[in-house]
Ligand binder design. Structure first.
Ligand code: ZN
Length: 298
């Protein structure tokens, strides 16, 4: 198990790829804290049996980061204030993920039958919240929950200033690129939060998926490539729009997801919602599947 100071990295199956994620276990203090529960359930159960968990922290409400909350029945579980106050119900999740926006009430009804049970189950377990930008002390370990919106509205990156560690979660530096496709996500906020992460006095950046630990310089370099995927998506979309493509046609090309994945309704929903954000950024709006310019591009 990888460890940086008192922070242990608990992996999820297949390099913590979605639908799993990396968890952090903080020990060396009186209080044992687990950040995100997307890691391998066997490893998490082992930790619970060996040294215990006094508090579970979720960086945000997505299922790959909360999926094993259910293993910690008796433990207090906190999420950020914004998402604590968001309706973490089937309807609330349907709205935040663009299901209502793309398919209306009928789509939400269909989604009720499709939503993985563990998603809602893990969210109903949450019973408290942490505040942003305030110092919390778990024993002798200090942590700040930075508000880094963009991926979701409430998205948080736990930062350990004394240890020079930041847990960047879904700033995962994967080749898929940035994800801001829910209606609670924002491209502009994603970029400004990325800049904030780079400005931190930190030595280690730990991501929630795949590669894992980056030194500061390495993370900086990776972030430039990672953010450039946003510009690339802009360029591809603009090219298609110039050819006079309709919105529905544009959503079947595979800008975010591989074409075959778009057969799954949730991926198609995120594809559509993500493309809408780029169109709006490029100065277009969608009216009955027709893409119209709303302003002169700078
Ligand atoms: Zn996420």
């Amino acid at each position: 198990m990888k460890q940086i100071g008192p922070v242990k990295l608990i992996e999820g199956p297949s390099k913590s790829k979605v639908p799993f994620s990396r968890s952090l276990y903080i020990e060396g203090s009186a209080e044992k804290v687990l950040i995100d529960t997307g890691a391998d359930s066997t490893l998490l159960k082992q930790i619970q049996a060996d040294s215990g968990v006094d508090l579970v922290i979720n960086t945000h409400y997505h299922p790959d980061h909360t999926r094993h909350n259910v293993l910690f029945h008796e433990t207090e579980k906190w999420i950020n204030t914004i998402e604590f106050h968001m309706p973490l119900t089937i309807e609330g999740i349907a709205k935040a993920n663009g299901i209502f926006q793309e398919w209306g009430p009928e789509g939400v009804k269909k989604w009720e039958k499709e939503i993985p049970e563990i998603w809602i189950k893990s969210l109903t377990q949450i019973n408290g919240f942490y505040e942003y930008e305030k110092q919390y002390s778990f024993g002798n370990i200090h942590v700040h929950f930075l508000h880094t919106p963009g991926h979701t509205k409430g998205f948080c990156c736990p930062y350990f200033p004394d240890l020079g560690i930041v847990f960047t979660g879904d700033y995962d530096m994967t080749s898929f690129g940035p994800w801001y496709n829910g209606t609670d996500g924002s491209i502009e906020e994603f970029i400004s939060s990325a800049k904030r992460l780079l400005s931190l006095d930190a030595k280690y950046y730990i991501t929630g998926h795949q590669k894992g630990t980056f030194q500061k310089n390495e993370f900086h370099h990776a972030m430039i490539n990672y953010l450039s995927i946003i510009d690339h998506r802009d360029e591809v979309i603009e090219k298609f729009v110039q050819k006079g493509i309709s919105f529905d046609e544009l959503t079947r090309i595979g800008i975010f997801y591989p074409k075959h994945a778009l057969e799954h309704s949730l991926f198609m929903t995120w594809e559509r919602s993500g493309i809408r954000k780029h169109l709006s950024r490029l100065g277009y709006t969608v009216v009955d599947s027709e893409i119209k310019r709303i302003m002169v591009k700078k």
